[in-house]
Design a protein around this ligand. Structure first.
Ligand code: PLP
Length: 453
């Protein structure tokens, strides 16, 4: 148990700790969850209350909390050494993990560059792509991105982001991009749904841009779904088509699998579902099963080779972080991947995805549900004020937040994206636990109808 009085912890939390993506004025007026321990899909707060972690601790937990094999892998490595630098030297788990990542990702990806967070994995891909063209003697500097994109919060990642609420403030700091529409929103508005015609139209918009300019570094895309924008899936074939076009027009493709990687969409990586091999794949979140900060940018021999030269040519990639390739994180990540193999995590996930699809249908009947979206084991339920017109609730009312808070009363921990209720359950969750999550969320949305939220 904790050594400090819970009341004091609450007080100090509000006094000293500035939380991410949090309006601290409001936070300090409320009582917030302070977690103390976890096991499997469950978390316990400092008062001993138990919750199902229905968002996988912000989309990263895979095999559950406090997993004996992950714990052991961590302790085994800890007893050898916690960290040694990889700037010009190496370490055992980082080597083994790099080999493993190359084996499990699409075949054209052969090299691994480590960092600590998803945003850094993207940042590295952006810098490498830009630098690649310079090393090839071309001065290109424009990225193509999508509206509603989210790639993390560092300045480069924000430059290729497209969520005005998060990114608008910084616009004077950001580099130039060309923004194409968000596929889901574009299709919904112009075609009613994600039709093949819409895919074709989106690809023709992309082709127009690729045709009209010769200074484009790369196209940057999330894999199959714009998750942070509120779980907005791409139409099938969009990613594949984008790969074909970027090849044809000799532009690099950066695919951000930070949210979708490690099983979240039903395959280990979404790229597999469309038979795509990008020039860069960014990994984060689930890479350590939700244990430690680790991210990776994978790329091709073609990109890697463009950085080779004599030392004096100074063609190498001048980028690195103190903890790049951290021994502990890499050791846990290796074990995380072994568990996928040993426990057949993805095979066992398939019926759960189908079950989720079935149960999500029930939400369409609810008065305040305007849309229900799913890709694999990722789902978003959009709350609206008026179902007929799609009119949203006013931003300041924090409807999604209040519904999530209602779920807390029944032991389900959720964090929505605005008024989109997100379900991102750990892959190991059992059917009965899924029922508990889904029943609770449904009840909370009905409580909203009844004016009790
Ligand atoms: C979460 C996320 C990121 C950023 O990862 P961090 O580890 O939070 O920096 C980047 N891209 C996508 C698609 C994400 O979901």
């Amino acid at each position: 148990m904790h050594d400090v009085d819970p009341k004091l912890l609450e007080k100090w939390d509000k006094e000293y700790f500035w939380h991410p993506f949090t309006q601290m004025k409001v936070y300090r007026e409320e009582d917030n969850l302070i977690f103390e321990r976890g096991e499997g899909v469950y978390l316990w707060d400092i008062y001993g209350n138990k919750y199902i972690d229905a968002i996988s601790s912000l989309w990263c937990n895979v095999h559950g909390h406090n997993h004996p094999r992950l714990n052991n892998a961590l302790v085994r490595q800890l007893c050898k050494v916690a960290h040694t630098t990889t700037l010009g030297s190496s370490n055992v788990p980082a080597i083994l993990l790099a080999k493993k990542l190359v084996e499990i990702t699409p075949p054209c990806l052969t090299k691994v560059f480590y960092s600590e967070d998803g945003a850094e994995a993207v940042e590295i891909a952006l810098k490498m792509a830009y630098h690649y063209w310079r090393n090839k003697g071309q001065n290109r500097k424009v990225f193509i991105t999508l509206s509603e994109a989210y790639h993390g919060d560092t300045v480069g990642a924000v430059s290729v982001g497209g969520i005005d609420l998060f990114h608008g403030t910084y616009k004077d700091l950001l580099f130039e991009t060309i923004k194409l529409p968000s596929p889901y929103l574009y299709c919904r508005e112009n075609f009613g749904s994600l039709t093949p015609e819409c895919t074709a139209k989106l690809l023709s918009l992309l082709e127009e841009v690729l045709k009209s300019r010769n200074d484009i570094v790369a196209l940057v895309l999330e894999a199959g779904i714009q998750a942070a924008a509120g779980m907005l899936p791409f139409p099938k074939g969009f990613l594949k088509g984008a790969r074909e076009l970027t090849k044809r027009y000799d532009v690099l493709l950066i695919v951000d699998e930070v949210a979708t990687g490690f099983g979240r969409t039903g395959t280990l990586f979404y790229c597999e579902q469309e038979g795509v091999c990008p020039d860069f794949m960014c990994l984060g979140k689930g890479i350590t099963g939700g244990y430690l900060p680790l991210a990776a940018t994978l790329t091709t021999d073609e990109v890697f080779n463009a950085f080779l030269g004599e030392f004096g040519e100074a063609k190498h990639f001048y980028h690195g972080h103190t903890y790049t390739g951290n021994n502990l994180a890499c050791a846990v990540s290796l074990e995380n991947i072994k568990i996928f193999e040993d426990e057949k995590t993805l095979e066992k996930l398939q019926p759960k995805i189908e079950y989720l699809t079935q149960r999500l249908k029930e939400f369409w009947e609810l008065k305040h549900v305007g849309d229900v979206r799913q890709l694999g084991f990722m789902a978003g339920i959009e709350l609206v004020k008026d179902k007929q017109t799609g009119e949203p609730f006013p931003y300041g009312e924090r409807t999604g937040f209040r519904v999530a808070r209602k779920c807390r009363e029944r032991g389900v921990f959720l964090r929505p994206l605005g008024d989109v209720m997100v379900l991102m359950m750990p892959l190991v969750i059992q059917k009965e636990e899924m029922d508990k999550v889904i029943d609770t969320l449904k009840w909370a949305i009905q409580e909203l109808e009844r004016g009790r939220v």
